[in-house]
Design a protein around this ligand. Structure first.
Ligand code: FCB
Length: 445
């Protein structure tokens, strides 16, 4: 059966500044929390840092040409805040803005639509020194930064994503401490989550004001499909709690203007301080929801775990990627249906989907059959959701290039293009050719 997508479906690839750019100390870039975190021994596997990464800062023309050769219609990238306002507040670094200005022009000249993420985790370190996201001022810092970037690029960039995965920023960064800034303080994490949302809400009107009328604004959330480990009522309840934490904590305020009552009750003293008017700002109308989907979550009830009282289960007999994530395309289909039914966003984009496998170069080729299968199955889930009325408008594969995978450093390869970190050579994997054919056919054979 041939699977054909609607006309105009947006086929893209995604990256993020710290994961690909390198040039950490060039043209006036300031320090980010990820520079500090990765340079602190013990935080990142093998002591890897983003100092050089894919050297995209210098090689972007070649990378844009590569995207063009694959037929990409859109490219999602993020802006490094410390390149734009190195001290976090105040003086604007023109050289930083110039870089993104050239990139945007280069993309448009190649017929590729830019989707710009304002925050993909590289907070200026000086702002962390002032308390970071748990400090309520962070919303105003982000507003100023958003104004600077959108004044410069708003005439040509029409699709903006305020934040990438605020759940990860708040909880991996401030609760579990496995991401920058490496803090372990649940109360601070909950407050960070609220301020991230507030920052998002305030940025929406700024982006519209600085656009040329065609501006479309969204937020990207990491969302998952949660299944109970069994049909015991205890496990079903556990799945509901997990869904509150993983999904509804962000979806409800953005689309309904309220925090989920059941989850806030679980939080007790950890619940964030919310001021009058905050939720109204957070619920500013959006043009689209960005969904990052990699795997589902299966949980069991576990009274010994504080607060959530849930434990993650790895189903037996399932296929797992190099990240240890179960391959579960059905979850994407179910998630999309659920988002449409429960929240009704005007449009949805898959802003990330992909998989890490142990790729090897053999005679100049990378035969990543498992990634091709992963992509094919997830695209089929997208198509099924579209057939049932879900307004899914585009799909961005994670990632264009192998890159710095946060705490795992360069050990996990998510690219459809292989990067030889010794020479910076780019080698399109078989999945890149598969994706090129999908784009050309606007569907999957
Ligand atoms: C997401 C991140 C992205 C990448 C993928 C694998 O959580 O947004 O930067 O690391 O996971």
């Amino acid at each position: 059966m041939a699977i054909i997508f609607p006309k105009g479906f947006v086929w893209g690839a995604a990256t993020a500044s710290y994961q690909i750019e390198g040039a950490a100390n060039e043209d006036g870039r300031g320090e980010s929390i990820w520079d500090r975190f990765s340079h602190t021994p013990g935080n990142v596997l093998n002591g890897d840092t983003g100092d050089v990464a894919d050297d995209h800062y210098h090689r972007w023309p070649q990378d844009v040409a590569l995207m063009q050769s694959l037929g990409l219609k859109a490219y999602r990238f993020s802006i490094a805040w410390p390149r734009i306002i190195p001290d976090g507040i105040g003086a604007v670094n023109d050289a930083g803005l110039d870089f993104y200005d050239r990139l945007v022009d280069g993309l448009l000249a190649a017929g590729i639509e830019p989707f710009v993420t304002l925050y993909h985790w590289d907070l200026p370190q000086v702002l962390q020194d002032r308390g970071g996201w748990p400090n309520r001022d962070s919303a105003a810092w982000f507003a100023d930064y958003t104004a600077v970037v959108s004044r410069r690029l708003g005439d040509r960039v029409h699709n903006w994503i305020t934040l990438n995965e605020p759940w990860v920023s708040a909880f991996l960064g401030y609760m579990m401490g496995v991401h920058a800034p490496g803090i372990r303080d649940p109360k601070a994490a909950m407050q960070a989550a609220h301020h991230l949302l507030l920052a998002h809400g305030q940025a929406v009107s700024i982006l519209r004001r600085n656009g040329n009328g065609a501006t479309r604004v969204g937020i990207t959330l990491n969302l998952t499909w949660v299944d109970p480990a069994s049909d015991r009522p205890e496990d079903v309840e556990a799945a509901r709690r997990q869904d509150g934490f993983a999904n509804r904590l962000f979806l409800d305020p953005v689309f309904k203007g309220s925090y989920p009552a059941d989850f806030m009750e679980l939080c007790g003293d950890l619940a964030p301080q919310v001021e009058e008017g905050d939720l109204q700002q957070i619920a500013a109308p959006l043009d689209f929801l960005g969904v990052n989907y990699y795997t589902r979550s299966v949980v069991a009830d576990d009274p010994n775990v504080p607060m959530l009282r849930t434990r993650s289960i790895q189903p037996e007999g399932a296929e797992y990627t190099e990240m240890g994530w179960e391959v579960y395309p059905e979850g994407l289909y179910r998630l999309l249906r659920r988002l449409h039914e429960d929240y009704g966003p005007g449009a949805i984009y898959i802003t990330e989907n992909g998989a890490a496998f142990a790729d090897r170069v053999e005679s100049g080729r990378v035969h990543d059959e498992r990634r091709i299968a992963y992509l094919r199955e997830h695209l089929t889930s997208c198509w099924r959701a579209i057939q049932e009325g879900v307004p899914l408008r585009g799909y961005f594969v994670w990632s264009l290039l192998d890159n710095f995978e946060w705490g795992y450093g360069y050990s996990k390869r998510f690219g459809i293009v292989y990067v030889d970190y010794g020479t910076q050579e780019r080698i399109p994997k078989d999945s890149a050719f598969f994706y090129r054919d999908v784009i050309a056919a606007n569907g999957v054979a």
